[in-house]
Design a protein. Structure first.
Length: 334
């Protein structure tokens, strides 16, 4: 018998609370966290009577998903499932972030969730997923396409003079530039500036704590040779490790900042900057593979085969990219 639960945000989280209960059709808890089914997903399934599914190994149709558990650090995965109107539980403390931030709403999304954030609830408190809410055709708002079609039908047969056509054309161009500017400013404030602050903090910690000297003596010998770079790329691309290192590209950001400081200090030759970039980025996006296939409306069988195929291919393309980058870096800083 299915039971209802309430999931609240953690101390540093955002969104929620989400109260839900499985149905005969929508009874899957999908864990897209890498490394199997996360304990939070397992507890949600145990308390509700739903079935926990590893999203990296098994594809699940959207209409069978009750809730998705992710560990996204603020990139696309945060908004992919809310965009589909699916309940989303993020294990990290991330709010409205990423290119799909506008789809992340408090009634669909909650973050910084731990096992202690889950409790039983009364059936009367259950929130019906927006995917399942029937909408009356009469009350449903018109889409842009419908409104445009009605406007074209109203103006059919009416000839516009040249002044009217020029005004419409200029207005359309101005509106596009205005919208582009607004989205640019919004993305800069929400994504670029926080990243710049993060990098500044990392650099400050490195310089003030003496970590730079430790890195110079340990990482520098590895990162200043081609075989060392290849080893780094292979480790980052290991199929059981890359989905864990991938979320938010945090590992790549941190290591990139560390290597950048060492290159600036002269401990690592500058010609290794490009190979290093590909070496530490071998795992980036590995956590997004099942989400990307799902966005492409791939069949569950395609997702089951496609995810391991992509992850294993990184073991080949990762080191190969390092070698190619090394070749192209020859003489680049001479």
């Amino acid at each position: 018998m299915y039971k209802a639960i309430t999931i609240t945000r953690g101390s540093a989280g955002w969104g929620g609370p989400l109260t839900m209960k499985p149905t005969e059709k929508r009874n899957k808890v999908v864990s897209v966290t890498g490394g199997g089914i996360h304990p939070v997903a397992a507890k949600i399934a145990e308390m509700t009577g739903a079935t926990a599914i590893d999203g990296f190994s098994t594809g699940v149709p959207d209409d069978e998903i009750m809730v998705v558990v992710i560990d996204c650090g603020g990139t696309a995965r945060c908004g992919v499932y809310p965009k589909k109107k699916l309940f989303t539980v993020n294990l990290t403390a991330v709010g409205q972030s990423g290119p799909l931030a506008k789809f992340i709403t408090e009634d669909l999304y909650v973050s910084d969730v731990t096992e202690n954030c889950i409790s039983y609830a009364d059936d009367s408190e259950v929130t019906v997923s927006k995917v399942e809410q029937p909408e009356s055709a009469e009350k449903a708002p018109k889409t842009k396409a419908q409104a445009r079609a009605e406007l074209e039908q109203m103006n059919a047969g009416k000839k516009k003079n040249i002044i009217t056509r020029m005004g419409i054309g200029v207005g359309a161009v101005v509106n596009k530039f205005y919208q582009a500017g607004r989205e640019t400013i919004d993305m800069t404030i929400k994504n670029i500036l926080p990243f710049m602050a993060f990098v500044s903090m990392i650099l400050g910690i490195i310089q003030a704590s003496g970590i730079g000297d430790v890195i110079a003596n340990t990482i520098s010998p590895i990162a200043s040779t081609l075989p060392g770079m290849i080893v780094i790329s292979i480790v980052c691309a290991l199929p059981f490790l890359s989905p864990i290192l991938g979320p938010g590209a945090v590992i790549a950001q941190v290591v990139g900042s560390l290597l950048g400081v060492q290159i600036g200090l002269g401990n690592i030759p500058p010609q290794y900057a490009l190979p290093a970039l590909f070496a530490i980025d071998a795992q980036v996006g590995a956590d997004f593979v099942p989400v990307g296939l799902s966005l492409g409306e791939a069949e569950p069988e395609t997702i089951e085969l496609g995810v391991p195929a992509v992850l294993y291919s990184r073991l080949i393309t990762g080191p190969l990219a390092v070698v190619i980058a090394y070749v192209f870096s020859i003489g680049l800083y001479a």
